[in-house]
Ligand binder design. Structure first.
Ligand SMILES: Cc1cc2nc3c(=O)[nH]c(=O)nc-3n(C[C@H](O)[C@H](O)[C@H](O)COP(=O)(O)OP(=O)(O)OC[C@H]3O[C@@H](n4cnc5c(N)ncnc54)[C@H](O)[C@@H]3O)c2cc1C
Length: 440
């Protein structure tokens, strides 16, 4: 496809590219690479500021790691983000309400179970004490500015240690405690979580229904070593004054997107130190009423085994928004190994975990399952970012520009709301503001 026809087909989706530009002038002011929460926010903000923008997206849909599938189960299932974390900082609760969607506070109490039954009061207290003890040890180490691994501060083992480690490590940070930086973990701002009954993906897609995006267009290289910034894509080249790159740390690290001139060593260090974790939903559908749990029950069940410190097992979100879906959540290196075995093995695992907790009879009500495999998704290559122990200081280097004209933005560039949709959205806005100031 020639540059001209590429622009034409892009126009049908974007209607933004200036035509008849002089040979040396940029074809658009800004190219935004990626239409996840960050890229979509940046695109809208720059258009509002009067710039010409072309947002390109490798996939054939918008949303990136925020996507609701309503066709597989007939009810919404979030492929990626599901929790609207920390309502006090999260703009999407109000955005969703304005869109007429059903938003509600997530139940605050966690249900604790052991094989086949609810935990006794004593066990429940032991679990919550263990969570508190580990969180306290992480906070203490972080405040001493010692960016060590969470595993190194855990201290003595007790019967709930693995379960608490799974919820703080694999299921929150998407990594084993040995790979969790205490400073990164402690810096993540906590607050009250909310849900959207129609799915977080539905909310984001509705909010950005009018944001112009050219789908199915993968950037392969960015070159800012000449007058303009040239973005090569599978559909031809684009030229801009500035580029905002919102792809995941996984994509940046993979080298699938070549960037010229060579990035500063501090940015390269940050790409090596802020890495993608593993986290997936195994979604299981049952006849209504099969799983004896209140809507949106977040269940911690006792884990007793581990492999190299990675707890064997996950957590459960049951009867999502009152529907007949349950997520068995898995993460860390245990989850990554399970992901590598394929969807069928993941579904079998999820069903076995629920059977062990709720009894063999639930299999009579089982309808079907699916499992996400974000580590295998070629457009993301992992779940979300986290700093390796000792690498927290490198996160800020992701705010450095490349050649003064290429800017990184996304969940990984956030401090405090890293690994969240809200963080990615705000980082998109920040990058847009930076570019806006640059372009004048
Ligand atoms: C399983 C899972 C559960 C999660 N749960 C939560 C949760 O409950 N709450 C929460 O707040 N967050 C959660 N997150 C994290 C949240 O989804 C992300 O932090 C956020 O969506 C990231 O947005 P982003 O814009 O930074 O990146 P992305 O959403 O990854 O957007 C980047 C986009 O770039 C595109 N792209 C990649 N390469 C190219 C290329 N070369 N050319 C063009 N386009 C390209 C990708 O296709 C993608 O659409 C979860 C993530 C996962 C995977």
């Amino acid at each position: 496809m020639t540059r001209r026809t590429f622009t034409k087909s892009a126009l049908t989706a974007a209607a933004l590219v200036g035509t008849g530009a002089a040979a040396k002038a940029a074809d658009v002011d800004v190219v935004v690479i990626g239409a996840g929460a960050a890229g979509l926010a940046a695109t809208d903000a720059l258009i509002r500021d009067g710039y010409t923008v072309q947002c390109i997206e490798a996939a054939n849909r918008i949303g990136g790691r925020v996507f609701s599938d309503t066709s597989t189960f007939g009810v919404p299932m979030d492929y990626g983000a599901h929790w609207l974390h920390n309502r006090s900082l999260n703009p999407f609760v109000n955005i969703g309400r304005k869109l007429g969607l059903k938003l509600y506070k997530a139940p605050s109490n966690m249900r604790v179970m052991v094989k086949g039954r609810d935990a006794t009061d004593a066990d429940e207290i032991a679990f919550f004490n263990e969570v508190e003890r580990i969180n306290h040890a992480i906070a203490k180490a972080a405040k001493k500015r010692k960016d060590v691994s969470a595993a190194s501060v855990i201290g003595p083992k007790n019967p709930w240690n693995l379960t608490a480690s799974a919820h703080i490590g694999s299921l929150s940070m998407a990594r084993d405690m040995a790979d969790v930086s205490v400073a990164d973990c402690h810096s993540a701002k906590e607050g009250v979580d909310w849900f959207c009954a129609q799915g977080f993906g539905t909310l984001l897609a509705a909010y950005h229904a009018k944001t112009p995006v050219t789908l199915g267009t993968r950037a392969t290289s960015i070159d800012a070593s000449t007058d303009s910034v040239i973005v090569e894509t599978n559909k031809g080249a684009l030229r801009a004054k500035s580029v905002i790159v919102t792809v995941s740390q996984g994509i940046l690290k993979s080298g699938k997107l070549a960037i010229k001139p060579k990035m500063d060593s501090q940015i390269r260090q940050a790409i090596g130190g802020i890495t993608m974790g593993s986290y997936n939903h195994i979604t299981l559908q049952f006849a209504q009423g099969t799983i004896d749990a209140k809507p949106d029950s977040w269940i911690a069940y006792q884990l007793t085994e581990h492999k190299n410190g990675s707890p064997t097992g996950g957590g459960i979100l049951a009867n999502i928004s009152g529907s007949n879906l349950c997520y068995v959540e898995i993460g860390g290196s245990f989850g990554k190994a399970l992901e590598a075995k394929g969807e069928a093995t993941m579904i079998d695992f999820g069903l076995a975990e629920l059977t062990a907790l709720f009894g063999a009879n639930i299999r009579n009500g089982y309808i079907k399952g699916s499992a996400t495999r974000w580590g295998k998704n070629a457009n993301v290559l992992g779940a979300y970012s986290g700093a390796l122990p000792g690498m927290i200081a490198t996160r800020q280097h992701l705010h450095m520009s490349i050649a003064g004209r290429i800017f990184l933005a996304g969940e990984a560039t956030s401090f405090g709301e890293q690994a969240t949709v809200s963080g990615a959205h705000k980082e998109g806005l920040r990058a847009a503001e930076t570019v806006s100031a640059l372009l004048g």
